[in-house]
Design a protein around this ligand. Structure first.
Ligand code: ZN
Length: 492
């Protein structure tokens, strides 16, 4: 039975969906004002792993991952400039051009990492009406107030009726000391009150009409509005990076309780952070390495390019709740590990079965699937699945070396288990292995041979137009063709 660690209860809980056979899952997606970096890859891969595993377990999953394209301000507070508006101003673009450009690039990077697209990918800017309705509900219930055209959450009032800070384990006093004094504090009753709706300053280029002002929603509001719109007033899983726990997710809980009178989320899941050479990723360290830079090897901290699959494998080698420290050496080790897996899988596909399995093979075939499943059931322990597969590679290599035997049924079971766990659930592309390459090479050689055979036949039929055309085209593509007495030879 699948157990997942619920950040809210701080324990591993047996996963029981609200509706039998169905799972609703919401994950906070990117703010699209720049290229995706390693910090974006981790939540995307973590919740892709969960999505794939739930699907394997037979659930029908509705996976919502949003695009934040309005309201995420610099400094992550209520003041400051919208990140997308700022980019649009600097580059003289429409904000939606910025959004589309980086959304496309995000999709490209996610596809390279073999991250499956979510079922629904709603944009915050496309759900302004829902957000206004959500703010209105909070106002109607008396947990928010209007001040100078903006609407703020009345945190003190809310905290009298509901626990505030329960997700991140904070109390109001902690939050008071943590909250920095920023401009516009005079609009709020308390520094910890957060914006549900902001009146737009005259220079602000993204704004919509509302009952309170021409303005835009607070960042936290989009996830409350879109989560409940697509998954209902109560849904199973809400995920995101640990850095979103406070204030973002804490604020979401408060908004939902204030508007609906109850929590919306059953299981809160958070992936841990990635450090780079022991340091947090941050502007001050200049160590935001984009995924594209990884794929091309274009950053001073990288020794060489690293393939998307190496990045994926590197992230899955750690449990999602552990920290991961990135370094070029660690990635080189992950690259070797992935190659070992690809080699083992290629051998597994090529091994010939014997009449019977020896003891080692029989034992492996009868236990591997269960052990991989137990690892996944234990709070998505992808790192344990990987070590089970590595362990099984030893037996595969023994058979490959002719020192072991495996029956046809056991071989089929092992192949299926590898396919299920390595390819379908971990999402690793193992087909780019030498078995795949050999197949491709054979197909390509066959195609060139076929063309030259057709040229030979054309020549014999004195069809010089066709024979010259084939020769000239192949030569233009870089092939060298040598005619021989009764055939041909070619090289590239
Ligand atoms: Zn969110």
């Amino acid at each position: 039975m699948l157990q997942i660690y619920n950040t809210l209860s701080r324990t591993k809980e047996v996963f029981r969906p609200l509706q039998e056979g169905h799972v609703g899952m919401y994950v906070c997606g990117p703010t699209v004002y720049g290229d995706a970096h390693l910090g974006h890859a981790r939540p995307a891969i973590t919740f892709d792993l969960l999505y794939r595993y739930l699907t394997y377990l037979g659930y029908k999953v509705r996976y919502v991952r949003n695009i934040t394209d309005v309201g995420h301000l610099e400094h992550d507070a209520d003041e400051g400039e919208d990140k997308i508006a700022k980019k649009a101003r600097l580059e003289q673009l429409e904000p939606m051009e910025v959004v589309q450009y980086y959304t496309n690039r995000y999709h490209r990077d996610m596809q390279a990492l073999n991250v499956l697209p979510p079922s629904i990918e709603p944009h915050a800017s496309g759900h302004i009406i829902e957000q206004i309705a959500f703010v209105q509900k909070i106002l109607d219930h008396g947990y928010a107030y209007v001040s100078n055209g903006s609407v703020y959450m009345d945190v003190e009032k809310f905290a009298k009726d509901f626990p505030y800070g329960k997700l991140s384990g904070r109390n109001l006093q902690d939050i008071v000391t943590e909250t920095r004094e920023l401009d516009g504090q005079d609009e709020k009753k308390h520094s910890y009150d957060f914006a549900l709706w902001k009146k737009a300053a005259p220079e602000h280029i993204m704004h919509w009409p509302s009952p309170w002002s021409e303005g835009f929603p607070g960042w936290h509001m989009e996830c409350s509005a879109m989560g409940t719109k697509y998954l209902g007033e109560q849904f199973d899983i809400h995920g995101g990076g640990m850095d979103l726990m406070f204030p973002h997710h804490e604020a979401e809980i408060a908004q939902s309780c204030a508007a609906l009178g109850h929590d919306t989320v059953h299981y809160w899941m958070h992936n841990n952070m990635i450090t780079i050479n022991g340091k947090k990723m941050g502007k001050s360290y200049n160590n935001f390495i984009t995924l594209e830079q990884f794929f091309r090897g274009e950053h001073e901290l990288l020794s060489k390019p690293f393939s998307p699959m190496t990045i994926r494998f590197f992230i899955l080698q750690a449990h999602y709740r552990s920290t991961v420290d990135f370094s070029s050496e660690a990635l080189e080790a992950a690259e070797k590990g992935l190659q070992r897996m690809q080699e083992a899988y290629a051998r597994l596909l090529k091994i010939q079965p014997s009449a019977a399995s020896d003891q080692q093979s029989a034992e492996l075939a009868s236990t591997l699937r269960q052990r991989c499943q137990e690892a996944m059931d234990d709070d998505l322990s992808s790192q344990l699945v990987i070590s089970e597969l590595f362990e099984s590679a030893r037996t595969i290599n023994t058979i490959w070396d002719g020192k072991g035997t495996i029956s046809e049924a056991d071989l089929r079971e092992l192949r299926e288990t590898w396919k299920t766990f390595a390819i379908d659930i971990l999402g690793l592309e193992l087909e780019g292995n030498d078995a795949g390459n050999e197949k491709q090479t054979a197909a390509y050689k066959g195609a060139v041979d076929l063309l030259l055979q057709m040229r030979l036949e054309a020549k014999q039929a004195k069809d010089w137009t066709t024979s010259d055309r084939i020769r000239n085209q192949l030569t233009a593509l870089g092939f060298q063709i040598k005619d021989q007495k009764d055939g041909f030879e070619w090289t590239l």
